[in-house]
Write a protein that binds this ligand. Structure first.
Ligand code: NAP
Length: 316
């Protein structure tokens, strides 16, 4: 198929898939699971009555359960797609309802804190394998999802040290069938890598858009009118979900502060280059950074168009 998803599987990988939290990521997973026949039955649940109603209206799953406990009953794969700060309470809610041998995973953007929050509630008879699909848009909610969201994106699995290798492989196969490339690493390493590739860029975008909004000498209409000068690209990132990003920074504090420290030092060095008229220094840095973008395009993680390649090319 041209969109990279391929044909539905001849036999599903799981019998009953339960997705808790049916926003952008959960609804995208539901769509791809249905379309690719990744599970015999897809059941979804969400804390919000409105979201459950919308998900039912969109026909996202075979069943829409009123509670998370009901959704996970009998499931052999459970994936929590709720904000990072809600993982603890959802894990507590579902724990008594989980089947023996079930794989329990999540899609949270932070991994050490989520592993700790979930592990303390889950029974020994399930396999906890946290994961993070590095794919998304600035949209939220069940209508924002689409089946091809994970195609050619990385999904990072962060199994605990004593994880069952067979369960890790089954989850890796699930994400591969959803179109993703899978990599396995420790939760600590994940949090450090994502602090620089995702968390810090979001913090910088939130900050620059906030600064522009507060700059008295420049009017709001000028900020909007001349935004194509670079600002516009930051506003897309700074439009990301406030709940999600609040939870990311509260739960990846150490790695973000470490990366931020390094960033601040480099920013000070840039400040010095500007003050000293060090054109060679500026030129050399800008040449190195240009090469990084070209590398990302070559890896297929971006297209050359100036919208970060976040096209919504599939309504399914
Ligand atoms: P979203 O669109 O806001 O969806 C989250 C859904 O979870 C909402 O419908 C929310 O309902 C529901 N929810 C909140 N607390 C709940 C609870 N206790 N029980 C059941 N449902 C609950 O967010 P998202 O973008 O899909 O993000 C979900 C997860 O994916 C987050 O952990 C995030 O870190 C991770 N992630 C996001 C991206 C991205 O770019 N968006 C990328 C990769 C991973 P209400 O709206 O009523 O609160």
């Amino acid at each position: 198929m041209v969109d990279g998803l391929g044909a539905p599987l001849a036999a599903p990988l799981f019998d009953r898939l339960a997705l808790i939290g049916i926003g952008l990521i959960g609804s995208s997973l539901a769509r791809v699971a249905k379309r690719k026949h990744l599970a015999r039955t897809v059941v979804i649940s969400d804390a919000s009555t409105e979201v459950r109603a919308k998900a039912a209206e969109l026909g996202l799953a075979d069943e829409v359960a009123a509670t998370a406990g009901e959704a996970v009953t009998g499931a052999d794969l459970v994936i929590l797609c709720v904000p990072v700060g809600a993982m603890d309470s959802v894990a507590q809610d579902i724990a008594p309802h989980l089947s023996v041998g079930a794989i329990v995973s999540d899609v949270g953007s932070v991994k050490s804190a989520v592993l700790a929050a979930m592990a303390k509630h889950l029974p020994k008879h399930v396999a906890l394998i946290p994961a993070h699909p590095v794919a998304g848009t600035e949209e939220s909610g069940p209508a924002a999802g689409f089946a091809t969201l994970f195609v050619n994106r990385w999904c990072i699995l962060t199994p605990p040290e004593d994880a069952d290798a067979k369960a890790v492989k089954r989850l890796a196969d699930f994400w591969t069938a959803a179109g993703a490339n899978v990599e396995v690493m420790t939760p600590q390493h994940h949090d450090l890598v994502l602090s620089i590739t995702s968390h810090l860029p979001h913090l910088i975008a939130y900050n620059i858009v906030g600064t522009a909004a507060d700059l008295e000498a420049v009017t709001q209409s000028e900020v909007i009118k001349f935004s194509a000068g670079g600002f516009r690209d930051f506003t897309r990132i700074a439009a990301s979900d406030p709940t999600m990003w609040r939870d990311v920074f509260l739960n990846n504090k150490e790695a973000v502060l470490e990366t931020l420290g390094r960033f601040t030092e480099d920013l000070t060095a840039l400040q010095r280059m500007i003050r000293n008229g060090d054109g060679d220094g500026l030129f050399n840095l800008f040449t190195r950074t240009r090469a990084i973008r070209r590398g990302i395009i070559q890896e297929g993680q971006e297209i050359a168009a100036p919208d970060f390649g976040r096209h919504r090319d599939d309504e399914g």
